[in-house]
Design a protein around this ligand. Structure first.
Ligand code: NAD
Length: 265
């Protein structure tokens, strides 16, 4: 399967180059970056300190969507919305890892799912996808006297907050309680805000250093607290999961899929 990477020189993009090169059945078809990127034209293998891969970093994503069976996108929301339109035009599978999409950008992704295979996940690690199921189950079992708080900590370069994974964990908890997250979410607190409403799902965001991604869902009840945590120590888990999703996507019918579909959970 020919797999291309958009945003190939980013933190995740570089991990993805290595993951595609290492995966059985995958061939690195190319990589793109924003037009002004300083590494434009570099060989993708040399970009990550490896052997020449015979494919250069381009600013033309359309060319990638024409030749690839699947494209992997860990970029920025504006670029992801444009890539979703290209996936629909060319019928190319697209694996989206970018987080922080607004409603219009998400709409572009949803529309592309009618014409192409789109896999979208806030987190491609197997561990977090297992965690999502555990969080939903715990929220279903524990009554709403157990206050749910979702914490995430990431490196200081991260631009969106709460993290996409924290929001997905909040969605899972809300699903377990049979409520709509937007109706009960509290994404920040400051000043004299009064007592915590029962049933609220709160978020707390920590940023600092080089933390790859820590998440904890807390159920704070009377006299006890349950905490379910996941800590990623390497971006490799996301890259390997995304390549697995890309290989899977090449054999599916058009539609919008999640990582749990890829994993058969
Ligand atoms: P990063 O800033 O290191 O990389 C993003 C790259 O996209 C940059 O190199 C940037 O130049 C490039 N880019 C911007 N516009 C572009 C365009 N039009 N065409 C091509 N490339 C373009 O960020 P990162 O840490 O690699 O994270 C990228 C995204 O992936 C973020 O939204 C992050 O939250 C998300 N992420 C998701 C997962 C997951 O498992 N789903 C895991 C890690 C990160």
């Amino acid at each position: 399967m020919k797999i291309a990477i958009v945003g190939a020189a980013g933190r995740m993009g570089r991990m993805l180059i290595a993951a595609v090169q290492a995966a059985d059945g995958a061939e690195l078809a190319g990589g793109s970056e924003a037009a002004a990127h300083p590494d434009m034209g570099c060989d993708l293998g040399e970009l990550i300190g490896g052997d020449n891969a015979g494919v250069a970093l381009t600013s033309d994503p359309q060319a990638l969507f024409e030749i690839a069976d699947a494209v992997i996108d860990f970029t920025v929301p504006t670029a992801t919305a444009a890539h979703a339109a290209l996936a629909a035009d060319h019928g190319t599978a697209l694996v989206i890892g970018t987080t922080g999409l607004d409603a219009a950008q998400q709409g572009a992704v949803d529309a592309a799912g009618e014409k192409a295979v789109i896999v979208q996940a806030a987190n491609y690690s197997i561990g977090v996808n297992v965690l999502l199921g555990l969080v939903e189950k715990a929220a279903e079992i524990l009554p709403d006297v157990y206050d749910i708080e979702v914490l995430d900590m990431h490196h200081h370069h991260k631009v969106d907050a709460p993290s996409g994974t924290a929001l997905a964990l909040g969605q899972a908890a809300a699903a377990g309680r049979n409520v709509v997250l937007d109706d009960v979410a509290c994404k920040s607190r400051d000043g004299i805000i009064g007592a915590r409403p029962r049933g609220e799902i709160g978020f707390a965001t920590l940023r600092g250093g080089d933390v790859v991604g820590d998440h904890t869902v807390m159920y704070a009840g009377p006299g006890e607290r349950v905490e379910i945590s996941h800590k990623a120590s390497s971006r490799e888990v996301f890259a390997n999961g995304a390549v697995r999703a890309a290989l899977w996507a090449c054999t599916q019918k058009p539609g919008l899929y999640a990582m749990k579909d890829v994993l058969g959970l």
